[in-house]
Design a protein around this ligand. Structure first.
Ligand SMILES: O=C(O)CCc1cccc(O)c1
Length: 404
C-alpha cells in the first residue's frame, strides 16, 4: 500500500455533500469511514436543483449519467409577477461556451445519495455505517476522533463534518455559527397538479414576485413544489393546516376543487456561516459549514462545491503535493463564497421577490426585460445564478441590482 492509501478519513453524514466527499477521498486512495445518524439514507429532500458546476463535478466522479436519467433537464427559468404574469424568460443555453452543461437538472437530492452509495459499496477501503450519529468531535494535532451516540469511538487522520445544519462536529469542536434567522418560515406544498396546464407558459423553475405573497414554482420529475412565505406571527399548526394550505393554493389558481397535495413542509430559514471551515484535523462542509435561504437553489450545490474544493486540497496535502496553508486557503475560499456570494445572491433574491416599492418594482422588471433581450447581459447574470462565477472567484457578484 502506498503511504497516502493508508490515510484514514471519517466523513460525518451521508447526505449529498458527505457522500460526494467520501467518494472524492476514496477515489484519491484514502480509507474512508462514513458515519450516518439515520438507519438508512435520508428520503426527504429539500434541495432539488443541480447547477452546471455541480453537474461537471458529478460527471468527473462518474455519477452524472444515472442522475441525468432520473432528472429533468431545465434549459431556463422564468421571472413572473404574481399579478401581471411573465416578466422574463432566461435561457441557460447562453452559457454554452462556459460549461459543458448549460442547463439545470431538476431532481431531489435524495436521488443522488443512493447512486453514490452504490459506487462506494463496490470500493475497497470504504465503510458506511448507518445508525451512527456523531455527537462529539475533537482533534489533537495528529489525529481526529469522533464519538457516536451509540458510545463508539472512531479515530482517523481527518474528520470531514458534513453532518448538516445541526452539525455536532461543528458544535462540539468550538466553531461558531453566526448569522440571522428570517422572520417568516417557508412553506413548501408538493402537488401532483400539472402546473404547466394551469399556468400555461411557465418554466420548470419560476420566481414569482409579489409584495405580500411571493412564490417559487418548481418542477421535479415527480411533482411540482409551491413555495410560500408565511406570516411570522402565526403558529406552525395554523400555517400547516390543510384548509389553510388549500386557501393559499387557491390564491395561486382556483381549480374549482381542492388541489391534490402530496405533503407540506414548514421550516425556518437562516443565513449562518461558521467562523472557519478547518480547525486542526476537522473540516466542515455543506450545511455544517454554512446555511442560507433556498431561493436560487444554492445550498446543496455550494455544499457539493465545498466537498470538491476542500477534498482536492486535502488530498494534495496527504500526497505531499500541497501544504496546510493551501488547505486553509481552499477552506477560506469556500467560506468567502458562502459569505460573499451565496448569502448575497440568495438574500437579494428574497428582497427582490418581496419588493413593495412600486417604483423599484417597475425599474427591476424593466431591467429583467432588458437582460432577457441582450444575450451577453443575460450570460453575465446567469454566470452568477448558475454558480459558475462562485468557482471562478468568491467575490464576483454582478447581478442586476447587486453591486460587486
Ligand atoms: O431557486 C431554486 O431553484 C430552488 C427554490 C426552492 C425553494 C424552496 C424549496 C425548494 O425545494 C426549492
Amino acid at each position: 500500500m502506498s503511504e497516502h492509501s493508508q490515510t484514514h478519513a471519517i466523513v460525518a453524514g451521508a447526505g449529498p455533500v458527505g457522500m460526494t466527499a467520501a467518494l472524492l477521498m476514496a477515489r484519491g486512495g484514502v480509507r474512508v469511514t462514513v458515519l450516518e445518524a439515520g438507519g438508512s439514507l435520508a428520503g426527504e429532500s429539500r434541495a432539488s436543483t443541480f447547477h452546471p458546476p455541480s453537474l461537471e463535478m458529478l460527471d468527473e466522479l462518474g455519477v452524472l449519467e444515472p442522475l441525468m436519467e432520473r432528472g429533468l433537464v431545465s434549459t431556463g427559468f422564468q421571472y413572473r409577477d404574481r399579478r401581471t404574469g411573465p416578466i422574463a424568460d432566461l435561457d441557460l443555453g447562453v452559457l454554452s461556451d462556459d460549461t459543458r452543461f448549460p442547463f439545470r437538472v431538476q431532481l431531489e437530492q435524495s436521488k443522488l445519495t443512493p447512486i453514490i452509495l452504490e459506487v462506494l459499496e463496490g470500493m475497497d477501503d470504504v465503510t458506511v455505517h448507518f445508525g451512527q450519529r456523531v455527537v462529539r468531535a475533537e482533534t489533537d494535532g495528529t489525529t481526529a476522533t469522533v464519538t457516536t451516540e451509540a458510545g463508539d469511538t472512531f479515530t482517523a487522520d481527518w474528520v470531514l463534518g458534513a453532518d448538516g445544519a445541526n452539525s455536532q462536529v461543528r458544535q462540539t469542536a468550538g466553531f461558531t455559527f453566526e448569522g440571522m434567522t428570517y422572520p417568516e418560515r417557508f412553506l413548501v406544498a408538493s402537488t401532483t397538479e400539472d402546473l404547466e396546464s394551469i399556468l400555461p407558459g411557465i418554466s420548470a423553475v419560476n420566481y414569482v414576485f409579489d409584495p405580500t405573497e411571493w412564490l417559487v414554482l418548481l418542477r421535479t420529475p415527480e411533482h411540482w413544489r409551491v413555495l410560500f412565505p408565511t406570516d411570522p406571527s402565526t403558529p406552525d399548526e395554523v400555517e400547516s393546516d390543510p384548509v389553510r394550505v388549500q386557501e393559499r393554493l387557491r390564491g395561486v389558481a382556483d381549480l374549482g376543487r381542492e388541489w391534490q397535495v402530496l405533503h407540506t413542509t414548514l421550516y425556518r430559514v437562516h443565513q449562518r456561516v461558521a467562523d472557519t471551515f478547518r480547525r486542526g484535523r476537522l473540516l466542515l462542509m455543506g450545511d455544517a459549514a454554512h446555511i442560507n435561504n433556498p431561493l436560487g437553489g444554492m445550498g446543496m450545490n455550494s455544499g457539493l462545491h465545498d466537498a470538491y474544493v476542500e477534498t482536492r486540497a486535502l488530498l494534495a496535502l496527504i500526497r505531499g503535493a500541497g501544504t496546510r496553508e493551501q488547505l486553509d486557503e481552499a477552506c477560506e475560499a469556500r467560506r468567502e463564497v458562502a459569505l460573499s456570494y451565496v448569502k448575497t445572491i440568495t438574500h437579494d433574491n428574497w428582497e427582490k421577490l418581496r419588493q413593495d416599492d412600486p417604483e423599484a418594482i417597475r425599474a427591476y422588471h424593466d431591467e429583467l426585460r432588458e437582460l432577457a433581450a441582450d444575450r451577453e447581459r443575460m450570460r453575465r447574470h446567469l454566470l452568477n445564478t448558475s454558480m459558475i462565477n462562485s468557482l471562478r472567484s468568491g467575490k464576483v457578484v454582478d447581478m442586476v441590482g447587486v453591486q460587486p
